[in-house]
Ligand binder design. Sequence first.
Ligand code: HEM
Length: 118
Amino acid sequence: MSSGSEQIPVYWPRVKEILDGVMNRWEERWGREGYPGIHEYYWETSQKLKDSVLSGYRSIEPGVPGKDTWLVKALARAVATYGKMPLRGPFLARTEVEDIITWIDTGMPEGPPKGSEE
Ligand code: HEM
């Protein structure tokens, strides 16, 4: 991330909306919910997402840049021999992936700092 670039802040509700949205689209496409036990598809809180381990890979790790996290790699490309996620699509738009990267790289803020007008 280049310092000094104009960046629109990304907060947790936006990240949740992106992840909920892609899973809603996946369920509509395939006409069913994801098999239980593979992943927890819905992350109610940012803490749950931060703590999540998907098929043995920790989604987000302290100190790992957003683009290099398993979460982002799974959604943008593929992890190990598994396909891009959510498996068989529909997938995230590039801008949605970028928003998740921005959120991670800016310290995963819940919302705007208190007292700020954004
Ligand atoms: C560390 C990142 C991830 C890893 C290692 C991973 C791995 C896997 C594996 C091993 C499967 C089962 C493959 C199979 O049945 O052949 C799977 C399925 C799936 N994953 Fe992921 N995944 C990751 C992230 C994600 C994320 C972030 C989402 C959604 C936002 C997601 C959504 C899905 C869905 C929808 C399926 C299909 C489940 C079904 O058919 O019921 N995955 N993933």
